[in-house]
Design a protein around this ligand. Sequence first.
Ligand SMILES: Nc1nc2c(ncn2[C@@H]2O[C@H](COP(=O)(O)OP(=O)(O)O[C@H]3O[C@H](CO)[C@@H](O)[C@H](O)[C@@H]3O)[C@@H](O)[C@H]2O)c(=O)[nH]1
Ligand SMILES: [Mg+2]
Length: 197
Amino acid sequence: MSIASRIRIEDVRVLADDWYILKKTVFSFQRSDGTWQRLSRETYDRGNGAAILLYDPGRRTVILTRQFRYPAFVNGHDDLLIEVPAGLLDDAEPEARIRAETLEETGFCLRNVRPVFDAFMSPGSVTERLHFFVSEYAPGDRATRGGGNEDEGEDIAVMEVNIDEALAMIGAGAIRDGKTIMLLQYAALHLFSRHDA
Ligand SMILES: Nc1nc2c(ncn2[C@@H]2O[C@H](COP(=O)(O)OP(=O)(O)O[C@H]3O[C@H](CO)[C@@H](O)[C@H](O)[C@@H]3O)[C@@H](O)[C@H]2O)c(=O)[nH]1
Ligand SMILES: [Mg+2]
């Protein structure tokens, strides 16, 4: 059921439109008891994105990246950040974009890409909807060394990690990127057989 009839937008102001767009919107919202309440909310619009987990079920490995992320550093993460390959869509189709992004960042040329879910990662303030994918890979699928776009400041290292080690790294705080944790847990539930050693 649409909730559009419960929202009346009264004013939209652009606070910043440099790299991405920050807006302040004043609107009235009809509460569940029928009364109207006036609210003001800031929204940060970076467009939508896509992320992917490359996995090799036979060798029990996944592909991760490591790069400097200033927003994580400035909030207490004094290390490079480990992530799955990801990027913003720039208005492209999610699957086409994640194929191009994976090649650019990791050098892997993907064969069979599967969508698994999409999610709002910070819905109180960021509009972005992130599309999640998985794809099997084999070592021979790596066409280049990847590394990202140097002109844009990217300096990306590629890691091949055992899935059980990757899951342990979440508990140890060595992996602390949300989209990466979501895809690794999806992989543990659905992509790898359990190791009952
Ligand atoms: N000049 C400038 N460049 C920027 C800025 N913010 C980002 N960039 C550059 O813009 C490029 C974006 O690369 P993508 O691969 O498309 O995105 P990403 O940064 O890897 O991933 C983003 O989206 C993911 C999916 O939503 C996110 O998970 C991730 O945190 C990040 O925001 C990168 O080269 C990055 O350095 C900025 O404020 N100024
Ligand atoms: Mg990226």
